[in-house]
Design a protein around this ligand. Structure first.
Ligand code: SAH
Ligand code: TRP
Ligand code: SF4
Length: 399
């Protein structure tokens, strides 16, 4: 394994916090046409430099980039896997401007799912939607006790999901320090399929302050960035960084995200990558301002320069954009950012009154995943449709 894994945490943290831009001369030196044909393996340049060159080169169309990226990732096995998000509460002590869960938003109706409610939601996803991947979400909390209690609670939910037969659990609960990783980590073994998600949102420190700097635990950029280092130091290996597209300029975010991903991969981590686009939320119009073509270009470039990492795609995006992006992705995650929103045999709830934001596609996860499989794409962690979507011969298979 890579030497870096033996560096003391502080040193790694320092290195990670200096993710910076690329040198213009290095970018100009990239022969984009050659790279496009040979892939990143054929070049000695770092992936973030190649990404930057591809983003800038207007003579290469987005369609061409998408085609090249699809050819790189199509060979991956399994081609796709899935998880469905489960927000276990919408309480939060942070003040992110783009998010309806921010503490000062007194119009949001706060909810907290109990043990029995979480278990019931997991059963609905398992039995009625036929999925074997779940993502557990919460706000981010202030104060040692609340943070440890949240980590402990999400650890319990992770254990419960794994014991129930879920094959992959993502958790997305804000930054994590070593004591919190311990409180959560004691519920699992390091080699279990559990992925820590902490999206940096933006790698531009000024923009970070503008959107996340309004107070509360998420204001600390470096504490957030170091979360994966602590997780890897504790012996875990599944990580999911990301950028919230729409907060800062696309080129800078792309370059720094790719550089972060390649640092993590070099430390031996298995990396999924998220680039969610900003959505409207209660009282917030939140247009991302990034048009489809530019967004797809970013996705294509990440897929092309990081072919071993899986892009995560969600139902924040419409069915039409999903269709265009799906073959660039390695994880497709349908669902709703409302608290405990799933209903047996029905659509999920996504009420403005209680949701983090509003999604573009509220079809049932099983409906979307069945439709995907009907086009010949295999989706791991999806065992098949419940009765109403299944072919007659398959009925009765799902308990
Ligand atoms: N409280 C945790 C979990 C956040 S939910 C945390 O902040 O880390 C996961 C992601 O949803 C966030 O990291 C952010 O990238 C995204 N998000 C927040 N507000 C959004 C919005 N209005 N539209 C789309 N995505 C949003
Ligand atoms: N925000 C989390 C993520 O992007 C949770 C999530 C997964 C999600 N799939 C979703 C939110 C679909 C809304 C819709 O990983
Ligand atoms: Fe809280 Fe996360 Fe929303 Fe920020 S993005 S307000 S930390 S839930």
């Amino acid at each position: 394994m890579n030497q870096e894994i033996n560096l003391p945490p502080a040193q790694i943290g320092t290195r990670y916090s200096t993710i910076e831009g690329v040198d213009d001369d290095d970018v100009r030196a990239i022969e984009t046409r050659v790279v496009l044909e040979q892939g990143v393996e054929g070049s000695s340049a770092p992936p973030e430099v190649i990404a930057c060159a591809l983003m800038r080169d207007g003579s290469i169309s987005t369609a061409e980039l998408m085609q090249a990226a699809k050819e790189r990732v199509v060979i991956r096995e399994p081609r796709l896997h899935t998880f469905v998000p489960l927000y276990t509460t919408n309480h939060c002590d942070s003040e992110c401007k783009m998010c309806a869960m921010r503490k000062s938003n007194d119009k949001l109706k706060r909810k907290f799912a109990t043990k029995l409610e979480i278990e019931e939601q997991l059963r609905i996803l398992y039995e009625s939607e036929g999925v074997r991947g779940v993502g557990l979400l919460t706000g981010e909390y202030e104060g040692t006790f609340s943070r440890l209690a949240n980590a402990f609670r999400v650890g319990w939910a992770t254990r419960t999901a794994l014991d129930m037969g879920f094959e992959r659990v993502y958790f997305n609960i804000g930054s994590m320090q070593p004591d919190e990783i311990q409180a959560l980590g004691e519920w699992i073994e390091p080699d279990e399929p559990v992925t820590m998600c902490v999206f940096q949102e933006t790698y531009d420190r000024q923009k970070y302050v503008r959107f996340m700097g309004g107070g509360g635990p998420k204001t600390d950029y470096d504490q957030r960035l170091r979360s994966f280092d602590h997780w890897i130091d504790a012996g875990f290996r599944y990580v999911n960084p990301g950028v919230l597209v729409g907060l800062s300029d696309e080129e800078t975010e792309l370059v720094r995200l790719v550089s972060h991903v390649s640092h993590l991969a070099r430390r031996g981590a298995i990396v999924d990558v998220s680039l969610p686009r900003l959505r409207p939320a209660q009282g917030l119009r939140n247009a991302s301002g990034v048009p489809d073509d530019k967004y797809l270009r970013m996705l294509a470039i990440v897929a092309f320069v990081c072919p071993d990492q899986r892009l995560v795609f969600t139902t924040r995006e419409s069915a039409e954009v999903q269709e265009r992006a799906i073959d660039l992705c390695g994880v497709f995650s349908p669902g709703s950012p409302d608290v405990a929103p799933y209903r047996r045999g029905g659509r999920a709830q996504n009420d403005e009154e209680t949701s983090q934001f509003l999604v573009a596609d509220l079809r049932r996860p099983s409906e979307i995943l069945s439709a995907l499989e009907a086009t010949g794409r295999e989706v791991a962690h999806f065992v098949g449709a419940p009765e109403e979507w299944a072919a007659p011969a398959e009925r009765g298979e799902v308990a």
